[in-house]
Design a protein around this ligand. Structure first.
Ligand SMILES: Cc1ncc(COP(=O)(O)O)c(C=O)c1O
Length: 426
């Protein structure tokens, strides 16, 4: 069979890839369940849910049918002047599940974060009490648009844009792992620093609840999240939970923040929102925040919107995805228990450092000196895994599994077995 193996397409520009040095991308022609099929007939287990979006599995029939059904009734309508039944139903359901009453729609995770920041910032101004401080965490990643980049950690990715990014105060992120005896001390230090930062009137604190994803699957304990929320509340700062990665069951709970006992004021959602079928972002806000924008004064309006705001196809996909999550909650609740024994075995491998697990995300660092994001070990591991029929995308020296919920036990065993084999050969 003719394939595109080893070639770059003459007209496509891929994200996060240095085409001068990277391997050309694989060519996918189909996806079903946990498996992607390439144009040469090879099959790969998608062990990272295609950048963490494919929640239930590829080709999930009920979501595809819901989109098709919606498409022939109403595919799109301007949301400034119209509402529609799919958005209404999604509003009712997400609000009941999150404890936040108002949904603002956008297009992806970055825009969901942008909107949350703009709402928090303007809310204080609408009250006539402007607060100029935003607090984020070291190592955070919130997306690639300018506001999202600004609240994210400064890195190689944001370096060219540095002069364009607004300044943000930053607290340490006391990441932890199995058998970590230093966590208490690091949490104490982080909270002390946060308290100092909160002495300046703060508009909002933004964080990735429980797991910083792109920052290296850096996991904190739920008690740290609760302590941050408590400090923010005491200082009167709004709390923004960026649940773009963790939302919709990845932590084992529907939302990582509420599952840990924290009620944020604003929540950013995307990725698993539509089951991974369509790009859509949602920023959830409390009624108290929403009412801060109701005014006779035009300048109190939230002047933000996108052409595809509340696209009916995205809403239909999201409703079908929620149906699946509610019909089979044991799938997301059970992922951690399925990873645990397998990660315990893998953790004995000498190349595995700092094993850690939260819900459906199992991660570890490759042992060895100086392993960072650009270190070639991650790419080498990726190639070795491809030979074993598993698609992984290590974050430099951080290796993780984050498969779709439909992955079965033999497939999960295969991922762990292939990893052990690849680590032997690394
Ligand atoms: C926590 C978090 N926030 C925001 C984003 C940005 O989402 P998107 O890539 O859809 O813009 C990501 C993407 O990985 C993320 O993990």
């Amino acid at each position: 069979m003719a394939t595109s193996e080893g070639r770059w397409h003459p007209h496509l520009w891929h994200p996060f890839i240095q085409a001068a040095t990277a391997d050309p991308p694989l060519r996918a022609v189909a996806g079903q369940g946990a498996v992607l099929t390439l144009d040469d007939g090879r099959e790969l287990i998608d062990a990272i849910s295609s950048w963490w979006v494919t929640l239930h599995g590829h080709g999930e029939a009920s979501i595809a049918a819901a989109i098709a059904d919606q498409a022939v009734r109403l595919e799109q309508v301007i949301f400034a002047d119209f509402r529609h039944p799919a958005a209404e139903r999604l509003g009712e359901r997400l609000s009941a599940l999150s404890g936040l009453q108002r949904l603002f729609f956008s297009d992806n995770g970055s825009t969901a974060v942008e909107v949350a920041i703009k709402i928090a910032w303007q809310w204080w101004r609408n009250r006539g009490e402007p607060r100029d401080r935003l607090i984020a965490f070291e190592g955070a990643y919130h997306g690639d648009t300018f506001g999202a980049m600004a609240v994210g950690a400064r890195s190689l990715f944001s370096e060219p844009f540095e002069p364009l990014l607004f300044s943000v105060a930053r607290a340490p992120w006391p990441a932890t792992w199995w058998n970590d005896d230093g966590v208490e001390g690091r949490e104490r230090e982080a909270l002390t620093r946060l308290e100092e930062l909160l002495e300046v009137p703060t508009a909002a604190v933004i964080l990735e609840p429980l797991v910083q994803g792109a920052g290296g699957m850096a996991m904190v304990r739920p008690r740290f999240l609760r302590a941050v929320a408590e400090r923010a509340r005491q200082a009167g700062a709004l709390l923004i939970a960026d649940e773009v990665l963790m939302g919709f069951g990845r932590s084992g709970h529907l939302f990582a923040s509420t599952g840990a006992g924290v009620q944020p004021d604003l929540m950013a959602l995307s990725k698993g929102l539509t089951g991974g079928f369509l790009p859509m972002g949602v920023t959830l806000a409390s009624e108290a925040i929403y009412s801060g924008f109701l005014s006779e004064e035009p300048r109190h309006t939230l002047y933000h919107g996108h052409s595809f705001t509340a696209n009916p196809l995205g809403c239909a996909a999201a409703l079908a995805s929620l149906d699946l999550l509610e019909r089979a909650p044991w799938r997301h609740r059970g992922m951690e228990a399925r990873h645990r024994p397998r990660l315990e075995v893998l953790a004995r491998h000498p190349a595995v450092r700092r094993p850690r697990l939260t819900g459906g995300i199992a991660a570890f660092d490759l042992s060895g000196p100086g392993l960072d994001y650009l270190h070639p070990a991650g790419r080498r591991l990726q190639r070795l895994m491809l030979e074993q029929g598993v698609f992984l995308r290590p974050l430099g020296s951080v290796v993780y599994l984050l498969p779709p919920l439909c992955i079965d036990d033999p497939q999960l065993d295969h991922c762990y077995g292939a990893l052990a084999g690849a680590l032997d050969r690394l």
